[in-house]
Design a protein around this ligand. Structure first.
Ligand SMILES: [Zn+2]
Length: 404
């Protein structure tokens, strides 16, 4: 069996791993590099790794662009295996974010093996800032390889790593936080407590929270903090539809129909065109900007910089603006206008966030549980430092063919 990491040995994102026996070739993830500048969808093609030969199947670990962003560029006859959560998010993003539709999707459920010719693949749900993210166990020719995908131990379902298989031959391990500070990451519960404290401290203010509409566990914390402090949670049509869809998989995820104090803000409604049913099905929970503007202190509103013109319509006198995303997004040029306006209004800015990736302590726990014979770094800028933390590390380069 051969292993080739086409991309990911030197960068965070853009991951693409090939595993091939004499008869079968699989890809695990086929991501767009995070630093890629793609203005038009057709420009993505230039980032496709050079893969020789026929591909029998692709397995996508989760719905972040740096793990699946090139999947629409491959031959549409190739089956693409994803979790149910990833399938739901692909569907919503095709409509709201105009992402290309992924053909030939197949579902892989946790701990239910799939055979692709002579390779057996078993998915394991892991905790990450993407809902229903998966690690994959690949078994062939008497060897076992575990691909961690993106993983952490400090999230709501952080203990899921304890379900991962043990004593594998190779662990391909993400190391986003290797080489960064040794500090311990906050838990999602601690993030919720920060929100509760803020909402309580300023009873007269509206709270705008910029959180990714795809970070389900974070949205759950914000909803819960809103409820606990007597506020109404307001999500725009995109985020409300994401939660509505994921609720179909997990009844604990807040959805307007089942959860109180959840309203839907129809900002950017015009995008839906032929998918009017997605607007129609949430209509009874609709809240207008004017209703928010009349008593802003009642609301916690999920926002993003592209909603600026709608936030300006509310034009609250005082507000808290919490960024609950990776800090680097705040300094991107496309978000300047949003923060300039926030500062001009004198709104209070706060940052509450925790990484979607394991800190070094978390990675040690994961490795101690799995007890792999060998570790191969991926999704890291600091592969050389793995050797300082773990035993039996083999460092590969992008495109290097490694015999298992
Ligand atoms: Zn990810």
């Amino acid at each position: 069996m051969n292993l080739t990491i086409h991309r990911g040995t030197n960068q965070i994102g853009g991951s693409c791993v090939e595993i091939a026996t004499t008869t079968t070739r699989l890809l695990i993830d086929i991501g767009l590099p995070l630093d890629s500048v793609v203005k038009r969808l057709e420009d993505r093609k230039q980032y496709l790794p050079k893969i020789e030969g026929h591909i029998d199947a692709v397995f996508i670990s989760h719905y972040h662009l740096d793990h699946h962003g090139l999947v629409s560029e491959i031959d549409p006859s190739i089956p693409v295996y994803v979790s149910r959560g990833t399938e739901k998010m692909f569907g919503i993003n095709a409509i709201f974010l105009r992402m290309p539709k992924v053909e030939n999707l197949r579902i892989i459920d946790t701990k239910t093996p799939v055979m692709v010719d002579d390779i057996k693949i078993t998915a394991f749900t892991v905790d990450h800032s993407a809902y229903d993210a998966m690690a994959f166990l690949i078994e062939a020719e008497g060897k076992k390889i575990l691909y961690s995908g993106d993983i952490r131990t400090h999230g709501v379902k952080g203990r899921l790593y304890e379900d991962l298989p043990q004593n594998v031959d190779y662990l391909i391990l993400e190391g986003t936080n290797i080489g960064k500070s040794e500090s311990i990451s906050k838990t999602e519960k601690e993030i919720k407590d920060q929100f509760i404290a803020l909402f309580k401290k300023y009873p007269d203010r509206i709270n705008y929270v910029w959180s990714s509409g795809q970070n389900i566990d974070r949205l759950v914390q914000i909803y819960s903090a809103s409820l606990k402090t007597g506020r109404t949670f307001v999500a725009d049509l995109y985020v409300a539809n994401v939660l509505y869809e994921i609720h179909q998989l997990n009844a604990n995820i807040p959805s307007p129909y089942s959860h109180p104090n959840f309203r839907v803000w129809y900002a950017k409604y015009e995008k839906l065109n032929e998918n009017e049913n997605l607007a129609f099905r949430l209509k009874r929970f609709k809240i207008k900007s004017k209703e928010i503007a009349d008593s802003p202190y009642k609301y916690v509103v999920i926002v993003r910089p592209s909603l600026l013109e709608y936030i300006q319509k509310i034009n609250a006198a005082q507000a808290n603006v919490v960024t609950s995303i990776w800090k680097d997004y705040e300094i991107r040029t496309e978000n300047e206008a949003f923060f300039d306006w926030v500062d001009k209004k004198g709104y209070k800015r706060t940052h509450y966030h925790t990484s979607g990736h394991a800190d070094q302590d978390g990675l040690r726990k994961i490795v101690a549980h799995i007890s792999p014979k060998t570790i191969i770094p991926i999704h890291t800028k600091n592969k050389a430092q793995y050797c300082e933390i773990f035993k039996n590390v083999i460092v590969l380069d992008d495109g290097e063919r490694f015999e298992i």
